[in-house]
Design a protein around this ligand. Structure first.
Ligand SMILES: [Zn+2]
Length: 420
C-alpha cells in the first residue's frame, strides 16, 4: 500500500561528555562541507576552460579528508558521508536551477558559518540508532545512549535516519525519521455522517470560522510578543557586534523567537489532532499566502497565523488516519456564495459582515456562510450535497477515487514524506 515517512523529534539532555562529542561532530560536518566546497571552487578555477578535465576530476572523499585531519578521526562516519552528499545535492540543485528545471532558484552553495544553531544527519546501519521509551533514551552512533524528554510512549515503524541539531539557544534535539506502512483500507463515503464533515474558513482575527460560526481559542502570538521582542532587539543593536554582551542580547532575541514558534506549533498540533479525530472530511481553502498578504498588506498577521503549517498538519494527519482533506480552489468565492442557493454576490465588500441573498432571501453572517460553503464542497464530494446547490469554480485537491475509497498517490506520499 506504500510507505510514509514520519519524524519523531525530541529534546536531548546530553551529559557534558556527550555534549562535547555532539559539538565536535557538528564542527567536523561543517568543516568537511566547507573544505569540499573550497576544493570544488578551486578545481573549477583551474579547469574551467577544460570541460573534460573538469568533469573527470576525482574529488577527495570524506575518507581521505579523515586520514588527513586527525581531529576528524572520531567523528561519526555516516554523518560525514551525508555532509558530502548534501554538498552534491546543493550543487545539483544549483545547476538544475540554471537549466530552468526548478521553480525556485537555488543559489550557489554557501560556506557554512560557525554559529550556535547547526545540525548533522546520520543514517541507521544495524542497531546504531535505537529508541528506548521505557528509559527515555536514544542511542546515537558514536555517542551511545542519550536521555530525552517526551510524553509519547511509542512510535511505530523502521528507523531510517536521525538529525541531531543544536538550536540557536544552545539546546540539543534529535529528529528520528521513521518509515511506516500506510494502511489505507479506504473510506466508504456513504458511511460518513453529515456531522463529521466540516468547513473551515480562514480568518485573520479568529484563525478560522467553521460552518457553525465557531472558532478555536486563538492568540495572536507575534502581536503579543512584539513589544518584548522589539525591546530585546533594541538592546542588541546598542551592543558592540560580537562582544560578550552582544551575544547575551542576541541569545535573548533567539529565546523569544523560540517561545513564539513553540507556542504556535503547540496550538496548531493540538487543533489539527482534535479536528482529525472528530471529523471524517475536512474542507479548507487553499491559500496563496504570499499573494494574500501582499494584496491585503497584512503580511505580519498572515505569517503570524501559521495557517499553512496547520493545513500541512491536517494533510498528513488525515492521510495517516484514513480521513479526507479537501482544499477548495483558491478562486472559489467562499464568502460571496450563498450557501443555500449558490448565488454569487459579486458586490460583497470586505467590510460587509452580514448580507442578504438577493436570490433566496437568506440572511448571512459572512464567516459562517463561508464555512458552510466549504462544508458543502465536502458534502458534495461524498455524494450528500444539496441537489440544487452547485458551487461554481471549485476543485478538490485530494487524490481519492470518488464515492468509493480514498487512495493516495505515490507522488502525494513522496511530497508528504518530505514535508513531515
Ligand atoms: Zn441564496
Amino acid at each position: 500500500m506504500g510507505t510514509i515517512h514520519k519524524a519523531f523529534k525530541v529534546r536531548l539532555y546530553p551529559t557534558q561528555e556527550q555534549q562535547d562529542f555532539l559539538n565536535q561532530n557538528l564542527g567536523a560536518c561543517r568543516a568537511l562541507y566547507n573544505m569540499m566546497l573550497f576544493e570544488r571552487i578551486e578545481v573549477y578555477k583551474q579547469f574551467k576552460d577544460n570541460k573534460r578535465e573538469l568533469f573527470e576530476y576525482k574529488y577527495k572523499t570524506e575518507k581521505e579528508y579523515r586520514q588527513e585531519f586527525e581531529w576528524m578521526k572520531d567523528a561519526d562516519s555516516a554523518s560525514l558521508q551525508l555532509s558530502r552528499i548534501a554538498l552534491s545535492k546543493a550543487y545539483q540543485n544549483f545547476f538544475k536551477g540554471l537549466a530552468g528545471k526548478h521553480k525556485v532558484k537555488y543559489g550557489f552553495p554557501k560556506f557554512k558559518k560557525k554559529r550556535v544553531g547547526s545540525s548533522y544527519q546520520t543514517a541507521r546501519t544495524n542497531n546504531n540508532i535505537m529508541l528506548d521509551f521505557k528509559e527515555s533514551k536514544i542511542k546515537l552512533p558514536k555517542v551511545g545512549w542519550i536521555s530525552f524528554k517526551d510524553k509519547r510512549s511509542e512510535f511505530s515503524g523502521i528507523i531510517k535516519s536521525a538529525t541531531v541539531s543544536r538550536s540557536s539557544t544552545g539546546k540539543y534535539f534529535v529528529s528520528v525519521l521513521f518509515e511506516q506502512e500506510l494502511n489505507l483500507s479506504g473510506v466508504a463515503y456513504d458511511s460518513i455522517d453529515e456531522s463529521q464533515v466540516c468547513g473551515l474558513d480562514m480568518s485573520l482575527e479568529k484563525f478560522f470560522v467553521n460552518q457553525d460560526g465557531n472558532s478555536p481559542a486563538y492568540e495572536r502570538l507575534y502581536r503579543k510578543f512584539e513589544p518584548k521582542l522589539k525591546k530585546a532587539q533594541r538592546q542588541m543593536s546598542k551592543k558592540k557586534k560580537g562582544s560578550k554582551n552582544w551575544y547575551k542580547a542576541s541569545h535573548k532575541v533567539s529565546v523569544i523567537h523560540e517561545t513564539i514558534a513553540n507556542k504556535r506549533k503547540d496550538f496548531t498540533q493540538k487543533l489539527s489532532t482534535e479536528l482529525v479525530r472528530k471529523n471524517q472530511v475536512i474542507v479548507v481553502e487553499s491559500l496563496s499566502l504570499k499573494g494574500m498578504s501582499q494584496a491585503l498588506k497584512l503580511g505580519k498577521s498572515v505569517m503570524d497565523l501559521g495557517y499553512s503549517e496547520f493545513v500541512r498538519q491536517l494533510q498528513y494527519k488525515t492521510l495517516c488516519n484514513n480521513k479526507i482533506l479537501i482544499q477548495a480552489d483558491k478562486w472559489f468565492a467562499s464568502s460571496k456564495t450563498c450557501n443555500i442557493c449558490g448565488y454569487v454576490n459579486k458586490n460583497l465588500q470586505l467590510s460587509d459582515r452580514k448580507w442578504d441573498c438577493p436570490n433566496c432571501g437568506e440572511n448571512h453572517d459572512r464567516d459562517k456562510n463561508a464555512g458552510r460553503n466549504l462544508k458543502n464542497i465536502g458534502l458534495k464530494e461524498i455524494g450528500q450535497g444539496l441537489p440544487e446547490y452547485t458551487p461554481v469554480e471549485n476543485k478538490t485537491s485530494g487524490s481519492f477515487r470518488k464515492k468509493t475509497t480514498k487512495v493516495c498517490s505515490v507522488k502525494q506520499e513522496k511530497a508528504l514524506s518530505q514535508q513531515i
